[in-house]
Design a protein around this ligand. Structure first.
Ligand code: FPP
Ligand code: MG
Length: 318
């Protein structure tokens, strides 16, 4: 659970964020509306939107106009939703945010098209609502990188390339951390503060890396009633993440076994050899980097909240 203090600090904005997200997706096609509304209502942590909103507070004196921050926050949350719709098709995931995934309720073709539609609608909205080419460029670049990361992951997951820790870190930076970095960057860009923009890009990159490492740990040890998605999916889909890479290094599992041994057996060996603990230690390195990026943050109150987001990732169980 994300820290309560962040939610109470941003309470009016978070309420408005959800309303704005609904407003942006509203249209006259009930199948699309219903599908997207249901996903928005299912919740989610709104972590990316929160980073935009906090970054946009600037140093206190140069805060961005709240409507601009909200438009940007809604855009990143909806694009995140579009990526999850596509990701769940790719990963053949049955559940997301405690609900059946969109492709599970409809079909793959419709889910992919709804994801495309959502992406295009968000970019169009941002173009008209914000008139800030730098923000749109940052967002488009982040989606470009994220797709590249997904493609890279898909190819290594088919075992065309052996994956080591550096290869894994590259993938998660592309598919997850760079987007978090863009959220910090975009929020800060709205304030016009170049030093804050640099600092929050760095913060987002480290936080996002730690976030994905934790996500990958939760796939081994998470409880689906808390995460709202099925556990064990990574192994089932042949995806090599940090715990498995550490188990390879420890000799507890070999790459050949991935195709010959039941997933349950492999997961048990990954857990028993201590790979989850060593993978968590890598996550902690990125937690520390994110905290370092916040040293002497110019807005003390916001700095504390950004810090509590980092700490909530460190103790994340959902
Ligand atoms: C979650 O990874 C997924 C991502 C971080 C990005 C997925 C992006 C795409 C599929 C590209 C979408 C492109 C457009 C244009 C909308 P995960 O599977 O490790 O996490 P999970 O456990 O939450 O599923
Ligand atoms: Mg997935």
């Amino acid at each position: 659970m994300l820290s309560e203090n962040v939610h109470s600090y941003l309470k009016p904005e978070l309420k408005r964020l959800d309303e704005l997200m609904r407003e942006i997706v509203a249209g006259d096609f009930p199948l699309i509306n219903h599908g997207l509304e249901r996903l928005i209502n299912a919740g989610g942590k709104r972590l990316r939107g929160i980073i935009v909103l906090l970054a946009a507070r600037g140093n206190g004196a140069n805060a961005a106009p709240v409507e601009q921050a909200l438009e940007t926050a809604a855009a990143v949350e909806l694009i995140h939703l579009a990526t999850l719709i596509h990701d769940d098709v790719i990963d053949r995931a049955a559940e997301r945010r405690g609900e059946p995934t969109l492709h599970n309720r409809l079909d793959n073709q419709t889910a992919v098209l709804i994801g495309d539609h959502l992406y295009a609608r968000v970019i169009h909205r941002l173009t008209t609502a914000l008139e800030r080419l730098d923000i749109i460029a940052a967002l488009a670049r982040a989606v470009d990188t994220l797709c590249q990361g997904e493609i890279r992951q898909l190819h290594v997951s088919k075992l065309e390339t052996p994956l080591d820790e550096n290869g894994y870190l590259r993938i998660i930076q592309e598919k997850t951390a760079d987007f978090f970095s863009a959220c910090g960057r975009m929020g800060a860009l709205l304030t016009g503060d170049a030093e804050l923009t640099r600092r929050l890009s760095e913060y987002g990159l480290a936080l996002g890396t730690a976030f994905q490492i934790t996500d990958d740990l939760l796939d081994y040890r998470g409880r689906s009633e808390l995460t709202g998605k099925d556990s064990g999916n990574d192994l089932a889909e042949g995806r090599i993440t940090l715990p498995l890479i550490h188990a390879f290094k420890r000799g507890a599992v070999s790459t050949e076994e991935l195709t010959t041994t039941p997933a349950d057996d492999i997961a048990r060996r990954v857990i028993e050899c201590g790979a989850l603990e060593s993978a968590a230690a890598v996550g902690e390195e990125y937690i520390n980097r994110a905290l370092t990026a916040l040293n002497d943050y110019p807005n003390q109150e916001v700095g504390e909240l950004l810090r509590s987001l980092v700490l909530s990732i460190s103790s994340r169980n959902s």
